[in-house]
Design a protein around this ligand. Structure first.
Ligand SMILES: Cc1cc2nc3c(=O)[nH]c(=O)nc-3n(C[C@H](O)[C@H](O)[C@H](O)COP(=O)(O)OP(=O)(O)OC[C@H]3O[C@@H](n4cnc5c(N)ncnc54)[C@H](O)[C@@H]3O)c2cc1C
Length: 389
């Protein structure tokens, strides 16, 4: 494991840190800021700011220049993720596209797909959604029922997706569709790249317990998509999806470490003088620090493998397990501070507490999306440790 960055990478860090200091809006640095603006305003603020970042040359850090990227190293990408988290820049509004779809397109997409997908995404001109889950197909993804019937050089798609993040803002959706009639389980599935601005596609928001509607349902009724808008080849959707999920689960743990470390400090600050002297709470906080440091070293281990050209594969499930459990347990410690108030919709009137409570509620979801912890443990047992089924 390599715990250091090269001189070039450190120069990049200095340059980026200075740019962020000058260009991240001052009010974003307050943890409570995002609870003072509406969801729609927050989305537009982030979308516009990311366009500024793209114009300054700080988007697509490790992507080739010919597709609009900066042509940097995976280490520079990790530094970018770490520094933006440190500067309290929220996740990209195109996180799903950037983190999951782009590396998949780079690995198996056609040249035309690389050209058509990457640059508009870096500029946030096209917001991408992920259409995997269905009402009867979550952990058991191969049970999906959305079908695509070939009609000339197009598929006609009918079915329903659910829990689709950014459904209300989506322009396009990478979707798992059964394209071979009568096929079963993992066979006969294709990953289609569907335009959401057509008559046959309807997105409906779903309300979360926090009051936000970050995800929704997407209905396809004879939606049309060209056969050429299939990623990874017709009928190869399952292996394309597994590759994409390895990027989803194994995404940079360093950014998460940095963000969670700031959240830890916020939680400590939120504990009153009386609470912070409680030996049980101190013990729990110490445990969280240990978890966070383990996450940091795991992230450096993964980054070292990626820099050596290694593939994430099933081991990305270890990353997903580690960061999601660390995050959730961190916010459970915050719930301990609040006591029974943690179950209220608005436990305290002040904005900082409101935004922290919202993060605590969000943390309940992280062991579900991207594949639940139970499912990740099975993958680790069978495919990493080689235990019997
Ligand atoms: C905030 C959020 C955002 C999301 N965004 C998206 C998105 O953008 N696109 C998308 O496609 N999906 C998205 N999802 C859906 C997510 O991928 C699914 O919720 C997840 O895969 C679990 O599927 P499910 O909800 O159908 O639960 P189920 O599969 O019904 O699981 C229910 C419970 O049973 C357990 N379980 C199921 N099978 C097994 C097994 N074989 N062994 C042991 N335990 C098992 C699970 O761990 C879980 O505890 C999102 C979910 C959330 C919470």
């Amino acid at each position: 494991m390599d715990l250091s960055f090269t001189p070039d990478e450190e120069r990049f860090r200095t340059q980026l840190r200075a740019w962020l200091a000058d260009n991240v809006p001052r009010q974003w640095r307050s943890p409570s800021f995002w609870s003072t603006v509406s969801e729609a305003e927050a989305f537009e603020l982030r979308r516009d700011w990311e366009r500024v970042r793209y114009r300054a040359g700080f988007a697509g850090i490790s992507l080739p220049r010919e597709y609009g990227g900066r042509g940097g190293t995976p280490g520079m990408q990790a530094i970018h993720d770490e520094e933006t988290a440190r500067a309290r820049v929220p996740h990209s509004v195109n996180q799903i596209g950037l983190t999951f779809l782009v590396p998949t397109v780079m690995a198996i997409g056609t040249d035309e797909q690389k050209r058509d997908i990457i640059l508009p995404m870096l500029r946030n001109d096209v917001i991408w959604c992920q259409g995997f889950s269905e009402p009867g197909a979550g952990s058991d993804l191969a049970a999906l029922r959305t079908v695509g019937v070939l009609d000339g050089d197009e598929f006609v798609v009918t079915g329903q997706k659910v829990w689709t993040t950014n459904a209300a803002h989506g322009d396009k959706i990478f979707t798992l569709v059964r394209t071979e009639p009568g096929s079963k389980r993992h066979h006969g599935i294709s990953m289609l790249l569907i335009d959401m601005h057509q008559d046959g596609v309807e997105a409906r928001p779903l309300r979360q317990m926090s009051g936000a509607s970050e995800f929704g349902e997407v209905f396809f009724t004879n939606a049309r998509v060209k056969v050429t808008d299939c990623l990874g080849g017709v009928g190869n959707g399952w292996s394309t999806a597994m590759l994409l999920l390895s990027f989803e689960r194994g995404a940079s743990g360093l950014a998460q470490y940095t963000a969670f470390r700031s959240q830890f400090d916020e939680i400590v600050a939120a504990a009153g003088a009386e609470q912070i002297d409680d030996p049980v709470l101190r013990q729990r906080l110490a445990r969280r620090i240990v978890d966070l440091e383990c996450l940091r070293y795991h992230a450096m281990h993964v980054l070292t493998q990626v820099e050596k050209g290694g593939e994430l594969g099933a081991e990305s499930s270890l990353t997903k397990l580690q960061w999601s459990q660390t995050h959730q347990q961190l916010w459970e410690t915050f719930d301990d501070l609040l006591g029974p108030e943690a179950t209220l919709a608005r436990p305290r009137p002040d904005a900082d507490m409101r935004s922290m409570h919202r993060e605590a509620m969000w943390s309940r979801s992280v062991t579900i999306w991207g594949g639940s912890s139970q499912v990740q443990r099975t993958i680790v047992a069978e495919r990493v440790l080689g235990l019997p089924r």
